[in-house]
Structures are given as structure tokens and as C-alpha cells.
Design a protein around this ligand. Structure first.
Ligand SMILES: [Zn+2]
Ligand SMILES: [Zn+2]
Length: 278
């Protein structure tokens, strides 16, 4: 926010420094016992690292990013990985499906073959608890109904898009983005101290009404926030945060009716530099 080629009302307000705060693309860092797990490598990852002193190198060649986890293979979740190619050892957690699309069907992946062990893939499987020893926390991936990346043709698969329960020190943070059916993941959200939920569009026809496109939210495998928030209204969470928000979404506009409703329903809207202490 703003989107480089977008002159919609929100993007214009963001450029003017008005009622819409500029934001980089969805990414999240979880700090565990031994290190930091980066959840998705957004196209803005380099700016995000520079804006976060805890991620600055501690030696001549170093990164405090202990591991990276990818929730799907969409470019806005993975392309930042290629910006981290400077002969740094990386450990990447991803389902076989996401890994194959990213590394095995992609000539650019050879940039990670500069030396043996430049990138280590650790396999995520739905429903299987996975210890992230590098960071000192655990993940439980769950199937999050979404869609395969637009650049990878073929039948959709449960491992195209996962949600994550992140477990650390008796607490649970749950992340579920790029999601088309919130009801389907209800049981995976239960008992979360904090939940990060897909906030892409507020309504189905948001792009159409603003003349920004012809697709409805559902065509792009996103359940509109208005529906998701209503479906989860009876569930209890410590904190409820919307992330992965498209620039067209009126909840980004301070003072909008939609923003007031979201806040009344107890939801917060993620912003750059937001920190949540356990
Ligand atoms: Zn826009
Ligand atoms: Zn995305």
C-alpha cells in the first residue's frame, strides 16, 4: 500500500500521507527460544529487514533469520527469497507441493546452488507437528482452502496453501491467509492466543465496483472479510488481527464505516512494525 500501478482512492490517500497508512506486503516474524522464524518472504523483505534492527547482521556475514516458512507458492509469499540469495545458508520449511513449484520447476532456483547446503528444505506436512529447532518453536500446518499459484497450472491440492499453528511456551499463534473458506478451518483456529487472518477484500465485488478488475473475491480464492468476521464472531481469541490486506480494502481507511465495524467486532489491522509480546 500503495500499489505501484494503482490510482484507486486508498492508494491515492496513502501517497498523500492522508487517512491511509502506507504498508509493505504481508510478512511476519516469530521469535522463539533460539531464534527468529520468518513467515513468508514478501517482495518487500529487504525493506522489512532494514526496518527491523533485530534482523540486522551481528557479524561480517550473518543474519538473525534462523529459518523461513512459506505458507504457499504465490509470488507475494515467496519472491523475497530470491532477494536473500547472497551466499547465505537458508533453512526453508514448506510443503513438498510448494517446494516443487518454487525450486524444481523454476530455472532461477539455481541461484541457490552456489554451494552445497546453501538452502535446506525441511518438509511440512498437513497435521504433522514440526519442530523448528533453528528458532526453538513448533509448527502444526493445517490445510487452508485456497488455490495453486497462477503461474503453476494443474489441479488444486491440499498442500498448495497451509495455515500454521505456531506453538511456543504454552502459547499458540495461528496464521491463516489466502483463504477461501474460514468455516473449513474453524477447528484449527480454536484455542489461539492470537490469530492472524486473511483480510484481502472486505466484499466480493470490491475490485469490480472500484473499476480495478473484473474478478470477484471468491474467484481469487479469498473469502470476504465481512463474512469471515461474522463467522468467527462467537469464537474467543486473545487478539484477532487482519493481515494480507489488498490496497482496495476500505478497512485500511481510518474513519471509514468498514474500519469502525471491524474494530467494533474486536479485530485489529496489521501495520508495519506491529509487535505482539507473549
Ligand atoms: Zn489501489
Ligand atoms: Zn498472498
Amino acid at each position: 500500500m500503495p500499489q505501484w500501478n494503482c490510482g484507486c482512492e486508498n492508494c491515492t490517500l496513502a501517497r498523500r500521507g492522508s487517512s491511509v497508512k502506507p504498508r509493505t506486503q504481508d510478512s511476519l516474524l516469530v521469535t522463539g527460544e533460539h531464534g527468529n522464524l520468518l513467515v513468508n518472504a514478501s517482495p518487500d523483505v529487504l525493506r522489512q529487514i532494514e526496518a527491523t534492527p533485530a534482523l540486522w547482521p551481528r557479524a561480517e556475514r550473518d543474519t538473525p533469520i534462523s529459518a523461513i516458512v512459506l505458507t504457499n507458492g504465490d509470488l507475494d509469499h515467496v519472491i523475497g527469497l530470491f532477494s536473500l540469495r547472497e551466499s547465505q545458508r537458508l533453512v526453508v520449511y514448506a510443503t513438498d507441493r510448494v517446494w516443487r513449484g518454487l525450486m524444481l520447476e523454476n530455472a532461477m532456483a539455481k541461484t541457490f546452488a552456489r554451494f552445497e547446503g546453501q538452502v535446506t528444505h525441511r518438509r511440512l506436512a498437513i497435521g504433522e507437528r514440526c519442530e523448528v529447532a533453528e528458532a526453538g518453536l513448533a509448527l502444526v500446518p493445517f490445510a487452508a482452502p485456497g488455490k495453486p499459484p497462477v503461474h503453476l497450472p494443474g489441479e488444486p491440492h491440499a498442500e498448495d496453501n497451509v495455515g500454521l499453528r505456531v506453538l511456543h511456551a504454552g502459547r499458540v499463534a495461528t496464521i491463516a491467509t489466502a483463504l477461501k473458506d474460514v468455516d473449513a478451518v474453524r477447528s484449527s483456529l480454536e484455542g489461539s492466543d492470537v490469530i492472524f487472518l486473511d483480510g484481502t477484500f472486505f466484499t466480493s465485488d470490491e475490485l469490480v465496483r472500484q473499476k480495478l478488475g473484473t474478478a470477484r473475491a471468491e474467484d481469487m480464492a479469498h473469502q470476504p472479510v465481512r463474512t469471515s468476521v461474522e463467522q468467527l464472531a462467537a469464537m474467543k481469541f486473545g487478539r484477532k488481527i487482519l493481515t494480507h490486506i489488498n490496497n482496495s480494502n476500505p478497512i485500511l481507511r481510518e474513519g471509514s464505516e468498514e474500519r469502525a465495524w471491524i474494530e467494533k467486532m474486536g479485530w485489529e489491522i496489521a501495520f508495519d512494525g506491529m509487535e505482539i509480546a507473549a
